[in-house]
Write a protein that binds this ligand. Structure first.
Ligand SMILES: Cc1cc2nc3c(=O)[nH]c(=O)nc-3n(C[C@H](O)[C@H](O)[C@H](O)COP(=O)(O)OP(=O)(O)OC[C@H]3O[C@@H](n4cnc5c(N)ncnc54)[C@H](O)[C@@H]3O)c2cc1C
Length: 371
């Protein structure tokens, strides 16, 4: 794999010549999803998908630093949102860690090429923060599992082909034991996908219902009844450092400053901005430190909760300041970044809520007693 600085030069040059001019349509629409899928294929064909994944599964075979460089350059170039993000960031890495050689060969290349869109099927109507409370049941039936239940808040569920699911295979009282991770074909018999309309009017999100869905034994990922560890690894990848995130956040903050300079800001506003830039610098430094730790071979662990907590709060505060100063309509008009006002609110919920991250930090990093 290319030396890091040379890699950065190559990525920058490729993105400069290939990032579509203007925004692609919203990926939560049919047209938009198709346009984003085409973009994913261009990235894949150019060798810019799965930067740190093994080459035998279609990746580029780089290290964590190559991955971080790509993420930074991608955001600096203002390239489109990735519809393979769940696959690239946490579903694929979990399969690389826990999947069998046959499963990796079967699933990973199609994930990177966006031939199959992968969804995360953890949350249920009565199991979010309390994930061990999942009620979706996978009954063993001789040579396969039969799944009944419901998942909710499934990102890109409307377009999904495969779902990485957590289901109960053991006794209901077993809590963390008796859960297993299964890959379910979302186009198969007995699966019903009901799109959910969101605040911005689009319907990429979905609820997914399973009615006696047959799942081959070969779709079990990791040991049967011990899927909790697999699920926790997946979540730590999901919450873990993303070198592109501070770049995205800086763009948002710079856009806000541009508006404030034009409109004129009070001393109070300048103080608020100073505070936000200081937090952005800390976020950037902490992200670099976590990337460095991963490069040195440290596992992604509870510290990913700190990253998630910090990033979600900072993003929401930047957007909130903009809304307080200018009102959401004017912001939407002047700075397209602020159209995702709603999404900034969701940052403290998806991947585990802010309260749950604080519980993890208190328990696993600070070692505080449980109340
Ligand atoms: C944009 C978005 C995308 C998502 N995508 C997916 C997806 O693709 N796949 C998927 O499986 N899920 C997805 N989710 C769901 C997400 O993981 C859950 O919403 C989240 O885990 C919270 O669960 P809940 O909604 O059931 O809230 P609840 O768990 O019911 O929590 C309600 C409130 O109580 C608080 N609370 C609960 N327990 C505790 C506790 N022990 N201590 C302190 N406070 C507590 C919570 O912090 C929260 O404020 C997505 C959510 C969003 C917003």
């Amino acid at each position: 794999m290319t030396d890091h600085e040379e890699f950065r030069r190559q990525v920058r040059a490729w993105l400069a010549g290939n990032v579509p001019a203007g925004d692609l349509p919203d990926p939560d629409t049919d047209d938009g999803f198709g346009a984003h899928r085409d973009w994913e294929r261009r990235l894949y064909d150019a060798g810019y998908s799965g930067i740190s994944w093994p080459t035998e599964y279609g990746g580029r075979g780089g290290d964590v630093l190559h991955e971080a460089i790509f993420a930074e350059e991608y955001e600096l170039a203002g390239a489109p949102v990735r519809i393979t993000r769940p696959a690239q960031r946490f579903l694929g890495p979990t399969l690389i860690r826990y999947g069998s050689a046959e499963q990796r060969r079967r699933w990973l290349p199609g994930m990177l090429r966006a031939d199959h869109i992968w969804c995360q099927g953890f949350s249920e109507p009565d199991a979010g923060s309390d994930l061990a409370g999942v009620r979706t049941r996978a009954r063993w039936d001789g040579d396969r599992f039969v799944v009944d239940g419901q998942k909710t808040w499934t990102t890109y569920g409307r377009f999904g082909d495969r779902m990485f699911t957590l289901a109960r295979t053991g006794e209901p009282g077993g809590r963390h034991r008796g859960l297993s991770c299964l890959v379910i074909d979302m186009r198969g018999a007995g699966v019903r996908v009901r799109p959910v309309r969101q605040a911005h009017g689009q319907t990429g999100f979905a609820e997914v219902f399973f009615d006696s869905v047959a799942v081959p034994a070969g779709n079990l990922v990791g040991p049967r009844d011990e899927g909790w560890d697999v699920a926790m690894t997946l979540l730590s990848f999901e919450r873990g450092p993303d070198a592109g995130a501070p770049v995205r956040t800086r763009r948002r903050l710079d856009a806000l400053v541009g508006d404030i300079v034009e409109a004129g800001g009070s001393p109070g506003t300048v103080r608020d901005l100073g505070d936000l830039y200081a937090r952005l610098s800390a976020f950037q430094a902490y992200t670099c430190r976590r990337v460095g730790a991963r490069l040195a071979g440290e596992p992604v662990g509870a510290e990913s909760s700190l990253v998630k907590l910090f990033a979600a709060r900072l993003d929401a505060d930047i957007v909130q300041l903009g809304v307080e100063l200018f009102g959401d309509e004017r912001l939407a008009e002047r700075a397209p970044e602020f159209l995702d006002y709603w999404h900034s609110r969701a940052g403290s919920i998806y991947g585990g809520t802010a309260e749950i991250q604080r519980n993890v930090v208190a328990d696993r990093i600070l070692g505080l007693p449980r109340c």
